[in-house]
Design a protein around this ligand. Sequence first.
Ligand code: SAM
Length: 343
Amino acid sequence: MELLADAFDGEPSPFGPRGLLVLRARPSRHFARDALVCEQGLKPLHVGLEAEGREVHAALPDDLGGFPAAAVCLTRSRAENRANLDRAWARTVEGGRLLVAGAKTDGIESLQKALRKAGLEVEATPRRHGRVLSLIRTGEPPAIFAEWREEAAAAPRVEAMGRRFVTAAGVFSWDRVDPGSALLAEALPELKGAVADLGAGWGYLSAKILESAEVVSLDLVEAERVSLDCAQANLDDPRARFHWADVRAMPLARASHDTVVANPPFHDGREVSLALGTAFLEAGARLLKPSGRLWVVANRTLPYERVLERAFVEWSEVGGDRTYKLLCGARPRPPAGRPRTGR
Ligand SMILES: C[S@@+](CC[C@H](N)C(=O)[O-])C[C@H]1O[C@@H](n2cnc3c(N)ncnc32)[C@H](O)[C@@H]1O
């Protein structure tokens, strides 16, 4: 958003009220509150945009009409970025302006090349560590856009457990089962009772959990809307409950679950973040009944043992390989000032 704002030299409402559609928008103090219509499916950013008083959609409704301008803020998913460009084109009026803002690390240069190769006249303005691309939307979209759309769309893609799981661009590990999650799935004992899968993604671990007939309910908590939609398409089971939520603003009651399972993210946006993974483990401990257990897979380099030591009376490494470790916490410590009962 900073790059995009720079491209307008700080003009807070470059296309008038509701004039600029922004896909993958982020909170920004540079734009006037009513200047943007935003799409953002990642819950914490969505909430941040709402807090700024903006019009924000998790997924754009069909009936918004054409915009004088549309911008795509790049994410780390090349396929999602390309598909968003096609969507931005479709939502812009004839003769309107299309913008793409992204860092070099998000692949802005290769996108620029691909657009020029597709025959579009693209103006590029270098800004900070990235650039802003600008073009006029006129006539039919280049033929390559249809391929980009198809490549990114939700579709049965990942072969696992004797079936095909639906994934889409922008979803974690969208073309294969994550090897860390596969290790955790193999190590899980036969689960029972109320279970939660934190950061459930497209639902691989959840599908494994639901194989046990003794699981009574499974809460999937996932911040990325597209991922949760894929999980919903993949899990046709009345025991599954789907929560579009940030684990740091946990929608589920304390001390309510027998087991919590997680393959926590170690990136917050572009940045490597130990804080987010730590929040997952702490949220897991809070969710558990006194007799409950947390099962986690993590990259060996991540020092989660310290977090488990703080949050659980007992914890141990229960397996893994050279890249991943499997950790299990038992007897969650009561929150400070609250004695636990019923152990
Ligand atoms: C390492 S992936 C694991 C996904 C899935 N469990 C699997 O095994 O394939 C972590 C997941 O956490 C989600 N996530 C990231 N930040 C989150 C947050 N603050 N709250 C809830 N989920 C989050 C990501 O979208 C991603 O799907």
